[in-house]
Design a protein around this ligand. Structure first.
Ligand SMILES: [Fe+2]
Ligand SMILES: [Fe+2]
Length: 212
């Protein structure tokens, strides 16, 4: 099936989903990874660092959620669409986990989340219109980059903060699976300039969300 333009009804539903993603509390079916681990005895500085890194990860999940929703709106292939929706549900769990951890650490979510959501949604919808191979290629590349990003965070998170680390580890496993699933469904390999542009835009997002 070819990519298609969404109906007005679908746009309204998508808008509503977006509002809920950004403003409502996300729910998780799976238990939060590491929830049985004891809270670490961290310095104030370590706690602030953990909260900032988890804020970045939460914003990343907002963006990925928006990409998936944007793509699901315009992607034509029903098989890929089901896979995208399944992955988007797991991203919602990541949202819930990171959000819960930010609360535990006494941090706050990024104030710019509505902006990141809107931008990522538009990019996702455009990728969906580019046809399935490119759409999935974009998705796979996003997930590869998120795995690399989470690896860097595992190096930066305080060693003591086992609860945050357990969440990031589990997310990393899920993201790697999402990438594989996109590849299985026929993802194209993106050209290097596209990959570089994606790395640059996620760098802008992650560095901004660390502070704001
Ligand atoms: Fe995720
Ligand atoms: Fe993912």
């Amino acid at each position: 099936m070819e990519p298609r333009l969404p109906s007005l009804d679908e746009l309204i539903v998508a808008f509503d989903k977006g509002l809920r993603t950004v403003f409502a509390q996300a729910q998780s079916l799976r238990a939060t990874p590491g929830r049985d681990l004891p809270e670490a005895d961290m310095t104030e500085e370590q706690r602030r660092l953990s909260a900032a890194l988890m804020r970045v990860n939460h914003t990343g999940e907002i963006c990925v959620q928006a990409l998936y929703q944007g793509q699901a709106l315009t992607a034509g292939n029903p098989g890929a669409k089901a896979a995208l929706e399944q992955a988007a549900r797991e991203e919602t769990e990541h949202l819930a986990w990171t959000e819960g951890r930010i609360d535990e650490l006494g941090g706050r979510k990024s104030l710019l989340n509505p902006v990141w959501y809107a931008g990522s949604f538009a990019i996702g919808a455009l990728a969906g219109l580019a046809g399935n191979r490119w759409n999935l290629g974009f998705l796979a590349e996003t997930e590869y980059q998120v795995v690399a990003h989470l690896d860097r965070h595992l190096q930066r998170l305080p060693e003591e903060d086992a609860r945050s680390r357990a969440i990031v580890e589990s997310m990393k496993e899920d993201e790697a699976r999402h990438a594989t699933s996109a590849a299985v469904h026929g993802a194209a390999e993106l050209p290097e300039p596209a990959k570089a542009a994606m790395r640059l835009s996620s760098k802008v997002m992650t560095e901004t969300a660390f502070w704001i």
